[in-house]
Each structure stands twice: as C-alpha cells, then as structure tokens.
Design a protein around this ligand. Structure first.
Ligand code: PLP
Length: 428
C-alpha cells in the first residue's frame, strides 16, 4: 500500500524508490545491466527458489522497472504490477496467464484495432477463443460465459466509439460467476480507477499518456489483489494446479506469504521467464519521467478536449463530434460515474464528405501530427479506416465504430487557441 493516496503525490513519491541506497540519487537510476551479483550460493539458491525476492536477471526483474511497477501499482490502488515491452505484450500476458488451449475469454467489441487482431486471429492459433459482446448490454457478458471462461476484457474509454465501459456492472456479473474483469485503462489514467469499481486486473499501454512524450513503447499489468483465485478452483488451472515448471508450485498458495499477488507473480515467474518481452530499464526510466507529471498533464489534456469538442460541435463542416463530454443518456451516465476530473483527450469527428473529406482534413493539419500514436503531449490525428483499423473487414470496422469519414484526434496540452486555430484552418 502506498504511503500517499493523492495521485499528484503518488506520481512523484509512490512505490519502492526513495533515493538510491548507494549514491543517494533522487532520480531513479537506470540499472542498465543484464544480471545482478549474488551475495553467495545460498543467496542465489534462495532467490531462484522464491524463498527470498530479489534481482536475478533483467528479463525477469530490474530495479528501475521495479520503481515504475510499484509506483503505478500505487497509482491504480493495486497490489503489485509487472512492466513489459509493449501494451500488446501486456494484453497478451493478461490472457495467457489464465488461458490454455480450449479456454475462452469474453471481450467487449469496443477495442483498439491491434487488440482486436490479437483476439480475433492470433490467440486462435493457440486454441484460445475470444467471444466478442456489445458492452451496451452488460448482461451479454453473462450470456457468453461458460465453465471455460477465464476472464472478461474491456477498455475503459475505447476509441473510436468513446463509450465509457460499464465497469461496475460487468465486474459484478463476473464476481457473481467467478470471472475476473481485466480493464485496459490506457486512455483514462488518473481520471478512472477501475479497481474501485470491481475490476480485478488493470493494464496500460504506457506508450500513451503515462509516457506522454511519444518516446518509448511499453506496457504494464497491475494486479488488484482483490480476486479470490483459489476459490475459483478449476476455473483457474494455471493458478490452482501444481506447476511442473516450478517444482509443483501452486501459485494461489505459493504467493500467500508475499501478499495477494498470485496472478502477477505467476505472470513474472512463468510468462516473463519463458516468453520474454520485458520492459527495457531505459524505457522504465522514461515512463517514470512521464508519470511524475501525468496528473498535471491529464488536467490540461481534459480541459483542452472539452473546449475543442464544444468548438467542433458548432462547426458546419463537422457532422458529428464523439467525446464523452457530449454524450447523452446512458452513455452520459457512464461517463459521469466512471470518469472523474475530465473526460479524456481522445475525440472522434465525422466530416461531411466521408473518407475523402477525412483524409483531406488530415493532410491540411499543420500543428497536429499525423501519427498512429495517442496520448502524446502534442496534438495528434489519424484516419482509422485506412490505417489503425485497416486490417479489419468492413463489418468488423463498423462493429468497432469506425466509419469511412471518422477522424480520430488526440488532443494535446498546447494552448487551446493554437489547437482550435489549426482545426479551423484544416476545416476551412
Ligand atoms: N491498448 C490501447 C487502448 C491502445 O490504444 C494501444 C495502442 O495504441 C495498445 C493497447 C497497445 O499498446 P502498444 O502500442 O504499447 O503495444
């Protein structure tokens, strides 16, 4: 548990790092090393046998990554975290940590295109089925659940539809049926805390708002420490069955002396060990720099997005503006329930004139960068139908909310006057 409970303070002081014990460095040192010297053979044996936790090899843990992991776990209010090489690796690990061939998860249809591909195609190669359901109806998750359902998966603020996910509703269904909810909280750090609404696991592509400066690719998984894996029995074979790769350890029991961290412990000791994909220590350092100002940046991102959405809404060439600040009815209720202090900085607009108008608008932008990324301090734009979502067929694009004229904006922290001026000249 963090010593502090305010995000602004946790972002600077949360987690394991205070000052480096050898040199007193206040900034987290970059431990650019593959390996760590053991004190003696007994120490080495204890570390390998998990009788003592400590650094062995950077594929499995590293002190710079640990500083990031403990700080983000504190920020989300979770028990422990694991940093990996990308958001995609984080999602893959979230599923593989629970699923074997023949198992399934139930996922929201409202997903980042890369996650959609992973779920619809790549996981299938390993015999893992993903059942897609529309989150407009939370009970659809219950209907798709069977004895081999290992998890539910969703994004808090999924682009392109930007309909806030009904976290508490689906988490409650999951807890009734014994299924954990995994939330991708990439687009809503600080403004949404999924564990407070019953989620069991949170992941982030740290590439986005946490990094905030478009410099590094990374991902993180946070274990809420709030799900009873042992009570789930046969539903969680990877956690409740003796693991031959670790002398028959049963992770839900082996983790107990360390805290409620069976899920993340198994992910580190088995998946990270066997599959690799660790976060590089240098990238962990970059994410720590981003994290320190994240609460401040989120305030400005959110404030600018509300103003840009209101301005775009009254523009005659814009037929539709998609932003939670403009949502109505049930979607408005969800936005108000789950987002605090802002509505995020992703936005969708539809232009009269469809695909050609969308592409022409992007070509004309001068300050906005035309890139695949989101969550940078700079304002960004892209045309999803021909880029991020182009590997989906038309039906899949429609299901995930991508229409031909849709343009995605990620509003940055520049002065709002300059943001609006660029939008205005590009629309003109
Ligand atoms: N989740 C969301 C919501 C994303 O937007 C992205 C990337 O755009 C990812 C996951 C994947 O993250 P990464 O690009 O770090 O692999």
């Amino acid at each position: 548990m963090s010593r502090y409970n305010k995000p602004e303070t946790i972002a600077l002081h949360g987690g394991s790092h205070r000052a480096d014990p050898t040199a007193g460095s206040v900034a987290v040192p970059i431990h650019q090393t593959t390996s760590f010297q053991f004190q003696d053979t007994g120490h080495a044996a204890r570390l390998f046998g998990l009788a003592e936790l400590g650094n062995i090899y950077t594929r499995i843990m590293n002190p710079t990554c640990d500083a990031l992991e403990t700080r983000i776990a504190a920020m989300e209010g979770g028990a422990a975290a694991l940093a990996v090489g990308s958001g995609q690796a984080a999602t893959t690990f979230c599923v593989m940590n629970l699923c074997e061939a023949g198992d399934n998860i139930v996922s929201s249809t409202d997903l980042y295109g890369g996650t959609w591909n992973l779920f619809a195609n790549t996981l299938k190669q390993f015999g893992i089925e993903v059942r897609f359901v529309d989150p407009a109806d939370p009970e659809a998750f219950a209907r798709a659940t069977d004895a081999r359902t290992r998890a539910y998966y969703a994004e808090t603020l999924p682009n392109p539809k930007l309909n806030v996910f009904p976290i508490a509703e689906v988490a409650a269904i999951g807890r009734r049926l014994g299924v954990p909810l995994i939330m991708d909280n990439t687009a809503a750090p600080i403004i949404c805390r999924p564990f407070e609404h019953g989620a069991a696991i949170v992941m982030h592509s740290t590439t986005k708002w946490i990094g905030g400066h478009g410099t590094s690719i990374g991902g993180i998984v946070v274990d809420g420490g709030n799900f009873d894996w042992e009570a789930g029995g046969d539903r969680f074979p990877t956690l409740n069955r003796p693991d031959p790769s670790y002398h028959g350890a049963i992770w839900s029991q082996a983790a107990k002396p360390l805290g409620p961290i069976a899920y993340i412990l198994r992910m580190r000791t088995c998946l990270l060990r066997d599959i690799g994909a660790p976060m590089a220590p240098f990238n962990a350092f970059m994410f720590l720099q981003g994290l320190e100002t994240l609460p401040l940046r989120m305030e400005r991102h959110c404030e600018n997005a509300i103003k840009a959405a209101a301005w775009l809404k009254q523009h005659p060439k814009v037929t539709k503006v998609i932003h939670p600040s403009l949502a109505e009815g049930e979607m408005r209720r969800r936005a108000e329930t789950y987002l605090k202090g802002g509505y995020g900085s992703l936005m969708g607009i539809e232009l009269a004139g469809g695909k050609e108008a969308g592409q022409a608008f992007i070509e004309k932008l001068k300050m906005f960068y035309h890139v695949a990324n989101i969550g940078d301090a700079r304002s960004l734009a892209i045309h999803p139908a021909t880029t991020t979502h182009s590997q989906l067929d038309e039906q899949e694009q429609a299901a995930s909310g991508v229409t031909p004229g849709y343009v995605r904006l990620s509003i940055g922290i520049e002065h709002i006057d300059d943001i609006i001026a660029d939008l205005e000249q590009a629309l003109g």
